[in-house]
Design a protein around this ligand. Structure first.
Ligand code: MN
Length: 219
C-alpha cells in the first residue's frame, strides 16, 4: 500500500478540516500494530453522538452512532457511515474549535483491539474489508468496556456512504448484565479518566494525539 493511496483515502477527512485551527491529527502514515484496533469516542458536537471506528487496511472506518454501542443484543443501534479517519485518531481526545468541522469536545470512551469474524454462508472466512463492502461484518471486540461479538449490517443505501445506514448490534442471545450505554455527560475516558466537561475545561491540552507519551502537551 503506497503513500499516494493513503493520502487519497484521507482526502475527504482532510478537506473538511483546517489543521491550523484544530488539534485533530492530520494523518501522517503510521505503522499499524499486530491486531487491528478500534475506538469509540463520545463527541459532544451540535448533536451528541458516539463515533465508532475500526482499523481496516491502514485507516479507521468510521460510523456515527447516535445512541452508542449497547452490550444488549436486543438493542439495534443506528450507525451512519462517516469519512475514513487516520489511525492516530484512535487516541484523539480534546476540543475541536467551534466553527470548525465537527466542532465540540471528544473523549475516548472505549479502545482496544478487535478480531474479524466474518464468514460467508458456507462458513468460510471472508476478508474483513470485503465483508464491509458486502454490508455485513462481524467482529470480536476486546476493549476496556466493550467485550464480545458485534455485527455491523447495512440496511439502506448501497452506492455511496452518504446514503447508507447501518445497524450496530451485539451478537449472541444472552442479555448482558450491562444495560445500554452510560450517560455521555457522566461517562469517563478509557484513556485519561476524564469526562467531557473536564476535557472541555482544558482545551489547550492534547492527550496522546501523537500516539505516545510525547504527545502529551501539558505544560
Ligand atoms: Mn463525530
Amino acid at each position: 500500500m503506497g503513500d499516494a493511496q493513503d493520502k487519497d483515502r484521507l482526502r475527504t477527512y482532510r478537506a473538511k478540516r483546517r489543521f491550523e485551527r484544530t488539534r485533530e491529527p492530520r494523518g501522517a502514515r503510521t505503522k499499524s500494530g499486530q491486531e487491528p484496533g478500534f475506538v469509540v469516542q463520545i463527541h459532544d458536537a451540535s448533536t451528541m453522538h458516539f463515533d465508532f471506528r475500526l482499523e481496516v487496511d491502514g485507516v479507521l472506518k468510521s460510523w456515527s452512532v447516535p445512541k452508542g454501542p449497547s452490550p444488549d443484543p436486543h438493542d439495534k443501534r443506528l450507525a451512519m457511515p462517516t469519512e475514513d479517519h487516520p489511525l492516530e485518531y484512535r487516541s484523539f481526545e480534546g476540543v475541536i474549535p467551534e466553527g470548525e468541522y465537527g466542532g465540540g469536545t471528544v473523549i475516548v470512551w472505549d479502545q482496544g483491539t478487535y478480531r474479524p469474524m466474518s464468514h460467508d454462508r458456507r462458513g468460510r472466512p471472508v476478508p474483513f474489508e470485503e465483508s464491509l463492502e458486502r454490508g455485513h461484518a462481524t467482529f470480536w471486540l476486546e476493549g476496556t468496556k466493550l467485550r464480545g461479538a458485534y455485527a455491523l449490517t447495512r440496511f439502506r443505501g448501497r452506492g455511496g456512504p452518504e446514503r447508507e445506514a447501518w445497524l450496530l448490534v451485539k451478537a449472541g442471545r444472552e442479555r448482558s448484565a450491562a444495560r445500554g450505554t452510560p450517560d455521555p455527560q457522566r461517562a469517563r475516558s478509557a484513556r485519561s479518566g476524564r469526562t467531557l466537561r473536564q476535557v472541555a475545561a482544558d482545551p489547550e491540552e492534547v492527550w496522546d494525539s501523537g500516539g505516545g507519551p510525547e504527545g502529551r502537551a501539558r505544560s
